[in-house]
Design a protein around this ligand. Structure first.
Ligand SMILES: [Zn+2]
Length: 144
């Protein structure tokens, strides 16, 4: 829903209720980032699927390892930035695949992701309840 329709809704509702955030967005095509912590590369991929049906992992086109779906908001670090890639890997292993973390119900505000590995260590504990289900984390470890 665009801003204008939201405003329209809000006006109709007489400002009593905020529109609920959309859970499932039916939009034609999304580009998702698939990142491989092994060779420190990230690829944008598109699938003709609803975003929630996108694969969680694909084979890394570079090293044939596991590239993890980090969604639309992931900004890959430079290939040479080992510290940042370590942080990304740490987050993935703990179920944080750059999904939006919203601690306030019906709010668009989300928690910013940590900037350093040290911050990430506190982050995964603090937001443990928002961690994604772990199946691909195992596969990530197996392929190492
Ligand atoms: Zn790779």
């Amino acid at each position: 829903m665009d801003k204008q329709s939201r405003m329209e809704l809000r006006r109709k509702a007489g400002y009593r209720d905020l529109p609920k955030p959309q859970v499932k967005v039916q939009s034609p095509v999304y580009s998702m980032s698939f990142a491989c912590c092994n060779c420190k590369t990230s690829n944008m991929r598109q699938f003709n699927l609803a975003p929630c049906d996108y694969p969680r992992t694909i084979e890394c086109p570079v090293c044939k390892g596991v590239a993890v779906n980090l969604g639309r908001h992931f900004k890959p670090p430079k290939n040479s930035d080992t510290a940042q890639w370590k942080k990304v890997e740490y987050l993935i292993e703990h179920g944080f695949v750059f999904q939006k973390i919203r601690t306030i119900k019906n709010s668009y505000d989300s928690v910013p992701y940590p900037e350093t590995l040290a911050q990430a260590k506190e982050f995964v504990i603090k937001y443990q309840q928002y961690a994604a289900e772990p199946p691909y984390i195992k596969s990530l470890k197996q392929d190492k």
